[in-house]
Write a protein that binds this ligand. Sequence first.
Ligand SMILES: C[S@@+](CC[C@H](N)C(=O)[O-])C[C@H]1O[C@@H](n2cnc3c(N)ncnc32)[C@H](O)[C@@H]1O
Length: 973
Amino acid sequence: MTTVFRKKLIEVSIPLEAINVASAREKSIRHGHPSTLHLWWARRPLAACRAVLFAQLVDDPSSWPDRFPTEEAQDIERRRLHRIIEDMVPWEASNNDAILNAARWEIARSVAWGLGEEPPAKGDGKAILDYLQTKAPPVYDPFSGGGSIPLEAQRLGLRAYGSDLNPVAVLIGKALVEIPPKFAGLPPVNPKSRGEIGRGGKWNGKGAQGLSEDVRYYGQWMRDEAEKRIGHIYPKAKLPDGSEATVIAWLWARTVRSPDPSAKGAMVPLVSSFMLSTKEGKKNWVEPILDDTAQDGWRFEVKRGALTKAEEEKLKEGTIGRSNGGTCILSGASMPFSYIRDQGKTTGLGVRLMAIVAQGRQERVYLTQTDQHSVLALSAKPDWFPDGDLPNNPRNFNTPIYGLATFASLFTPRQLVALTTFSDLVAEVRAKVLIDARAAGLIEDDAPLHSGGSGAQAYADAVGTYLAFMIDRTTDRNCSICSWDSGPSGTKASTGGSARTASVRNVFARQAIPMTWDYAESNIFSESGGGILSALDWIEPVLKRPVVATGPGQIHNINASKNSFPVRPVVISTDPPYYDNIGYADLSDFFYVWLRRALLSVWPDLFRRLTTPKAEELVATPYRHGGKDQAEAFFMAGMGEALTAMHNAATDGEPLAIYYAFKQSEAAADGVTSAGWASFLQAVVDAGLAVDGTWPMRTEMASRMIGRDSNALASSIVLVCRKRAAAAATITRADFIRLLRRELPDAIDDIRKAGVGPVDMQQSVIGPGMGVFSRHAKVMEDDDHAMPVKTALSLINRVWEELENELDTAFDAETQVALAWFAAYGFDKKKSGELITLANAKNVPSSSLFSSGVFKDLRGDTALTPRDELPKDWTPATDKSLTVWECVQHTTRVLNAEDGGGAAAGRLVTEMGPKAAEARALAYRLFEIATQKGWAAEALIYNELAQEWPKLEDLASSANVRASTAAAQAELF
Ligand SMILES: C[S@@+](CC[C@H](N)C(=O)[O-])C[C@H]1O[C@@H](n2cnc3c(N)ncnc32)[C@H](O)[C@@H]1O
């Protein structure tokens, strides 16, 4: 029996532009964004996850020919569904019940129609959720990381499951997806809030707002309690007027023994920049002063005032650069990195307090360091520090080569004291919450959170978990890798309005732990960015957003390569690790070691190991696997097993969506056959999956990317796959090429219609091409070997190029001449003879090329007419010899003209009639040519035009509808 699959929207088209714009915008959302709960690397934008999940579950209208019998009817319905996606992807929509209900209803409708039932009533949000919770298939992400995909599944009302190998990721997922629904609707238990509720009556909070209030209250309690215990090692600073001020940060410089014998073994500073604040009018800097009476013959003094540009640049050079190593401030002797490494590993580097940043009444005050501050800081005695060595992975962990080789070595003694104190307070705070929760009437069950409890004990564990996250957020700004950011140089106007002020940087600006020479030690009790309470400012808003009350979710700790899904069948939507991009396990140990201290008894299974599991991690790390080839073999085998497990657990009715993070450097010479991409697709095919489509996703605006590099590719690709039919046929290479030639033209047209821009065309064509390849059991080569994916990719690319070239011959003759000219000379001026030769080859009289205005006659020379010289009053309707070339150039001109814009360009498109489709195809061709030639600005213009085209057609068709309605009305009257 053959199963009839209903095509899902994601297999036909999705509104890419809207998804990409929302994904790009989401990057700038900070407060309340789930990613701010706890750092995790390479998260997928929520907008993309939400849209992809929706389109995986909602039927394409073509699946219901009885309901949508014509192509036109299907198109209208598809556009309606696109609008639902467009409405739901913006960040602002993520908590909008009306919008989310509309989206949930569409999913419920597809599920219901598939079951031969009627969907619940549209306006009945609760009935829709109940229906989805019982009838819709659950969603599973076996590489759930920071939890974006399960979170979005939950938001769409679906049963949401995820798992990850990494305990830190699992805990983040639990904190986002699993814990909040458990305690949704509960009022806070802390005495202060209970007192307020008691006075004001009923608790009106939504979602996990009660939990969030408690996290704030007990977080403040922890801070105050810690201050009582260790506040004395965080002294206040004395301001010049004699008053006292809270310190924001102590700035330290590492030191190394000078190699110059004349320095007599003095330790000298390694400083990357002496600037403390670069703000105009508030410039502050450190000056190293040679002083025989000072320790090692030098001291630091803080200065403020005016600086010339040259002086500032000099101060920014510090005593150590990025490429040439350091310079001894005493003798000027150079200190190459090799010397500093050697010293770091043998005798160790030293430290010297450089300056103090304090919070004055109106502004930050930069002060010269004092011995009292220095001695107090260095005398802090931690009674615990995290065990463990940093990984031997110089690509991402730079400090071990300078002798900082353990986790503990990344912290100052005072930071170790503070972080240990806070970690230990988590147990105390849980005990406090437990008492309060019981007093507040929470169920008196002793079941802890990790074993499924939801009473008072579990509640205390939950609050403790978020407070451990508070410590982790603080750790990211309380470690000796955090450097001081002196802010943007210049005035607000000259820095593009940047409001950034000088502040402490966090560790993980990149997916790495770099070496820093001078660093800022935050005051954990201050109210600035490095203070513990500022961590709560990020955590609380995430919990406050009522995203949760939809339904329970589960996040497990599972190795994806093992076929051990706790639930099946499931809709697979997942974002696996990409090759060697990010060493999650190594990086996350930075947090794990502290979480373990705070939460071992709360999550005993997650924190039973000393560090995170490494051996099974699907990352191709040569240092872990004994070489590059072994690393690749490990990755491919493990990924193959994971894909097979997904295949086995997946529903038959829905396609799988697998994100693939594409790296710019992966574009090989032929654009598609990079090793990583080809190997990944090979694993997909070997796991019994057939590729159904590839959607390029961007997290940056196309224009910005292309502005930097005209070949900038999408940042990830969503592979849409189905299980390959058991009875799939075997075909030959010749069959494969024949099928590609037959199927690609329509597929390319569909991809363009879906709004894929020229930049991403090459990647997107892989979808239908691989569709042909992978729906067959095998493609046999002439020598009786099965064709590998790598060869298939080259053939797909070749056939695509042939088709594109063939398309050129379909353009009118003048356009063909213009295209050939453009490919050779762009808009440059050349001898007219060149044009005559080209025109003769196409049988076009050169006079008609001039009369049409495509070329301009420059008496002996000629050139394509530049856009700004084209006649402003041109319209397709009145052009007697309309060419596709003119259609493209004029539309571009009008689109960008001051008196033009979308509506005016849309009017031109209306008048083009059937030439409009050709014009869009020409825009893609011109982009390809401009890109190959390296004409970035010209490429950008055609990329934007091609991407705008569907909108212009929409404007054109609505203008047509308006015109015909007006005509019909005129007839009526
Ligand atoms: C690209 S990330 C997922 C990011 C996630 N989509 C998000 O938005 O936060 C890939 C994840 O795969 C996990 N991983 C690596 N090897 C694994 C394995 N063998 N089993 C399960 N998860 C694994 C990593 O810990 C990482 O969290």
